[in-house]
Design a protein around this ligand. Structure first.
Ligand code: SF4
Ligand code: SF4
Length: 476
């Protein structure tokens, strides 16, 4: 790493959740009340509501978000994207990636601590349920280490039953993002034997959610998530990270209020502000000690800030021994918001978003493609004309129904004979194909080909023009 903050790993441990014997160290992080917890709770609550509501709320006749992979249709807040919108989808993905890189460079792992579903559901849904049924951390730890009893059994049974119900709801919501709630409700009402696929997907998703939030927990962040591993290339010394201020905290030492008072009075030598109480460690959901420096396991949840602020209030020292700050600021400098990488990332984001808006504004309401129908490329008719059988594929990209008919350009020596009824009606978002015989006099061909222009006239007043090359005798 060239200039970013150094990301450390505890010297005596491979992982904070792994003991010396290689076994999982089960964590009992204590919830630390404070201003950051309140703000994060609100953010988490809004995100949970949003997550549950987005597939239910309809905008323009479609769910606010629908990622219908099977029908290759993606609805995002009233705009429906089809496979023909590959460029738009690509630009959107690039914009999301650039935004993640930019926000990480500016604000560190703010996503992890404030918005990632792993953190939001674990901290604000699953852990509160655990506390409700099994009590606070020290009580839970003691009970877990003790033998099985009826008390332990019913508490765990209720906890896991509630976990399972919530996991089922989350799994249904997750699947609804891909198929929509209407389809989901229809499948739910049918017996599992009629919908094995759905039943299997739902069971696996519920099981995975249950496993993740009930057992796997912080290991998702510390072992599985690739984002944590990319920190070193995304952060620099001006990125805002949750940090302990060693300049203020060291030399740390445990001392009583009386000793602290004597320090203030100057009767004993002054120590650092850290009283080595371990409140920041006991609250950490990934089990690390922030005082060891920035570590890969830190999900920037700010719990250590709240814990330490509370201690500072108690001992009469200013808050912020652990705080959001940059490495440059810790070294006495001033955090720079504008720096080469943030300027480049921001410019790239503006560029990609502008390109997205431009492509979106030029997107036609109707997508028309012409191809050759299967079979012989053309037929020679007895009256001296050549017939080409073409296939028109038309998609209505608006939410409203529309009908269309096909004609040729004014004065063109062409006759059209559709194989099917025209005008044809398309519902919002629907794609249909129609085959059309196109007859042209052999004399109109220049060698073996002839360009033909078709006009598709839609009921909403739109006209789409397409040119296609007809084939004649010597093309065989
Ligand atoms: S909570 Fe604050 S005072 Fe206590 S050990 Fe952590 S940094 Fe030191
Ligand atoms: S070190 Fe602090 S911010 Fe990082 S995960 Fe632990 S408690 Fe959260």
């Amino acid at each position: 790493m060239a200039d970013g903050p150094q990301i450390l790993q505890s010297p005596e441990e491979v992982l904070s959740t792994l003991g010396q014997d290689g076994k999982r160290k089960w964590l009992y992080p204590i919830e630390s009340k404070g201003r950051f917890l309140i703000w994060r709770r609100w953010a988490g609550f809004l995100l949970v509501v949003l997550y549950l509501a987005l597939p239910v709320v309809h905008i323009g006749g479609k769910p606010a978000i629908l990622l219908d992979v099977v029908h290759r249709e993606f609805a995002l807040f009233g705009t429906v994207f089809y496979p023909t919108d590959t460029l738009l989808l690509m630009l959107m993905l690039i914009a999301v990636m650039v935004a993640v890189v930019l926000f990480t460079a500016l604000l560190g792992r703010v996503w992890c601590g404030w918005a990632c579903p792993q953190t939001v559901y674990l901290e604000f849904v699953f852990r509160p349920i655990e506390r409700l049924f099994e009590g606070r951390e020290h009580v839970r730890k003691r009970r877990d280490e003790g033998p099985w009893s009826f008390d332990k059994f019913w508490r765990k049974a209720l906890k896991w039953g509630t976990y399972a119900a919530i996991s089922l709801l989350l799994a249904n919501t997750f699947v609804a993002y891909f198929v929509g709630w209407e389809a989901l409700l229809t499948w739910m009402q049918a017996p599992p034997t009629e919908n094995w696929g759905f039943f299997l997907v739902m069971s696996i998703t519920t099981g995975l959610i249950l496993f993740d939030f009930g057992i796997f927990r912080e290991q998702m962040c510390t072992i599985t998530c690739p984002y944590a591993r990319m920190q070193s290339i995304m952060l620099d010394e001006d990125s805002m990270i949750v940090s302990y201020d060693p300049g203020r905290g060291e030399p740390r030492s445990k001392r009583s209020k009386k000793q602290l008072r004597m320090e203030q009075e100057g009767t004993i030598p002054q120590q650092g502000d850290c009283i080595d109480c371990f409140a920041c460690v006991r609250t950490c959901p990934t089990g690390i000690d922030i005082r060891d420096g920035l570590q890969m396991e830190c999900v920037a949840c700010t719990q250590c800030i709240d814990a330490c602020d509370h201690i500072m209030d108690n001992i009469g020292k200013p808050r912020g021994l652990i705080r959001y700050t940059s490495e440059r600021e810790l070294e006495g400098g001033k955090t720079r918001l504008l720096r080469p990488r943030t300027v480049v990332y921001a410019a790239a984001l503006v560029f990609v978003l502008s390109a997205f808006s431009l492509v979106l504004s030029q997107r036609s309401d109707f997508d028309v493609n012409i191809g050759r129908a299967v079979g012989e490329p053309y037929a020679e008719l007895g009256d001296g004309r050549i017939a080409n059988r073409l296939r028109f594929r038309v998609r209505n990209q608006t939410p409203q129904p529309a009908s269309f008919s096909i004609r040729t350009a004014e004065g063109a020596p062409l006759e059209l004979r559709p194989v099917g009824a025209l005008p044809m009606t398309l519902t919002g978002g629907e794609m249909r194909r129609i085959e059309v015989w196109v007859m042209a006099p052999a004399s109109a061909f220049n060698g073996d080909t002839m360009p033909a222009t078709f006009l598709l006239e839609f009921s909403d007043g739109n006209t789409v023009e397409r040119t296609f090359t007809l084939l004649g005798p010597s093309a065989r």
